[in-house]
Design a protein around this ligand. Structure first.
Ligand SMILES: [Zn+2]
Length: 123
């Protein structure tokens, strides 16, 4: 009986820790809290994970680079106009659940695509 009680306590503790970890491992949409990209997908591009850019309208964005963003869908045809990363074409990336604009994907013919997610749009 003592052993069984000990096992129960231990198992409950493991489950709690696992749930907490899981909550922290995702960059989430600020609007609907959908999981956009895993924390472990964070990458450095051109020497930095975080970049600050201005678009042609003068709007400033701070973006975080991630290798994959399964919670995002891309919209439109890729464009190289005013691309923040030379030699890469961008597409608008939207939250797959609520449709919020959460960033951009950057693709090229000779390298895997990555995503740059707007820091303000994340939780
Ligand atoms: Zn969303």
């Amino acid at each position: 009986v003592k052993n069984a009680r000990g096992d129960d306590v231990e198992a409950a503790g493991v489950v709690d820790v696992g749930t907490a970890d899981d909550e922290e491992r995702w960059l989430r949409c600020a609007s609907c809290r959908e999981r956009l990209a895993a924390e472990r997908a964070r990458i450095s591009v051109n020497g930095s994970h975080e970049h600050e850019f201005m678009n042609p309208s003068g709007q400033r964005f701070v973006v975080l680079c991630v290798a994959t963003a399964p919670g995002c869908i891309t919209e439109g045809a890729p464009s190289t106009v005013w691309s923040w990363f030379p030699a890469r074409a961008w597409r608008v990336a939207l939250c797959s659940t609520c449709g919020s604009h959460v960033g951009w994907s950057f693709e090229s013919a000779d390298a895997p695509p990555f995503y740059a997610l707007i820091r303000e749009g994340l939780r």
